[in-house]
Every structure is written in C-alpha cells, then in structure tokens.
Design a protein around this ligand. Structure first.
Ligand code: FAD
Length: 161
C-alpha cells in the first residue's frame, strides 16, 4: 500500500445543475514517483521472501509467469510497472476533494472554520476537508472533524446570543 501517493485526483462539476453527477478523475500514477515507490516496495518484499525463514516455509510471490505483462522480462522493473498499472486499485480512503486551508489558498475550498470560502452559512464537515489523506484509517479523523465542527457551531451560536 502506498500511504502517501503523490498523484492527485480531480473532482469537478460538469454543469451548474446540482443533480448532475460530478466528473471524477483519479489520475492514478500520474506522478511517476508513485510507480517507482511501489516497485521499491515489491523489491523489499522479494528480499523478505528470499530469507532463510521464509524460504523454509516455501514462501513465494503468487504470480504466474504466463499472465499479462509477459512482454516484459518476468519480475523486471518494467514487468512490475506493467502489473501495477493493470492490477492495482485505489483503496477506500478517498479524501481531500474539498480541502481546508487558509483564506486565499487557491486549493482550499473551506477555511479553518470549515466554512466554504466566498459563501455565507455553508460548512462542509466530512473527509473531503482533510488537507491531505491521512496515513492511517480515515474514519476516526472524520469523527474528529465532526466533533470539532459541532463545537465550533455551538460556540458560534453562544457568541450570537
Ligand atoms: C468499503 C470501505 C471500507 C472502509 N473501511 C474503513 C475502516 O476499516 N476504517 C476506517 O477508519 N475507515 C474505513 N473506510 C473509510 C471511511 O468509511 C470513510 O473515510 C468515512 O466514512 C468518510 O466519512 P464521510 O462522512 O466523509 O463520508 P460518508 O461516510 O460516505 O458519509 C456521506 C453520507 O452522505 C450521505 N449522502 C450522500 N449523498 C447525499 C445527498 N445527496 N443527500 C443527503 N445525504 C447524502 C450518504 O448516504 C452518507 O451517509 C472505509 C470505506 C469504505 C468505502
């Protein structure tokens, strides 16, 4: 698993109709470094399974020679790159399509109070506001954002009364 991918996806509106589906481009592997990092991880894994202990239990990569990508030398970097492009998937941690940031940051949709910049009375409170994807799981950070937002909304109300 690549926990901090450098490739960044893109989520845009297709039209002004709020019921129209958005356009989602994952842009997977648009940054070559992500592929390089994963190939390095595979090499590390190859080293690991070639250790005496792992060999003693018959550990091997469960990958067949005759599969697709056979135009490349088996287990070469090019072979792994090809495999990665074919079989890798994004995991269930999609975040940051509506990221939080200081006012004026052109990549920030919401400000530090989770208010949509340029609009009144609209907050976004979910995993989309993470500035970037967390290395660990995303559920607890989402709950933390929600707890913080609940406090901010409560204090806002107290301020106004
Ligand atoms: C298969 C899978 C497994 C996962 N496993 C883990 C795990 O083990 N641990 C972990 O930490 N994280 C896990 N995650 C990630 C975690 O679930 C998400 O990061 C988290 O739920 C994000 O919360 P959210 O509030 O941003 O979005 P969501 O939880 O998706 O909430 C969005 C809500 O909006 C509602 N909604 C959508 N459209 C509308 C609409 N038009 N009007 C009104 N309501 C609407 C939806 O019904 C939904 O209730 C997993 C995710 C998936 C998909």
């Amino acid at each position: 698993m690549l926990l901090q991918p450098k490739s960044i996806g893109e989520l845009t509106l297709k039209s002004v109709d709020p019921f129209d589906y958005p356009s989602i481009k994952t842009n997977q592997f648009s940054n070559e470094e992500d592929l390089n990092d994963l190939v390095s991880i595979i090499h590390l894994f190859e080293e690991f399974i070639s250790t005496k202990s792992m060999q003693s239990i018959g550990a091997d990569l469960n990958i067949s020679k005759g599969s697709f990508c056979s135009q490349h030398e088996f287990k070469s970097d090019e072979f792994w790159r090809c495999m990665l492009r074919h079989i890798s998937i994004t995991f269930c941690h999609t975040t940051s399509s509506c990221r939080m940031g200081h006012t004026g940051n052109k990549f920030a949709v919401v400000d530090l109070d989770l208010k949509v910049q340029g609009l009144d009375n609209l907050r976004v409170v979910d995993a989309s506001v993470f500035p970037s994807v967390t290395t660990g799981n995303t559920n607890v950070p989402t709950i933390a954002v929600a707890e913080k937002a609940a406090d901010m909304i409560r204090f806002d109300k107290i301020d106004k009364t």
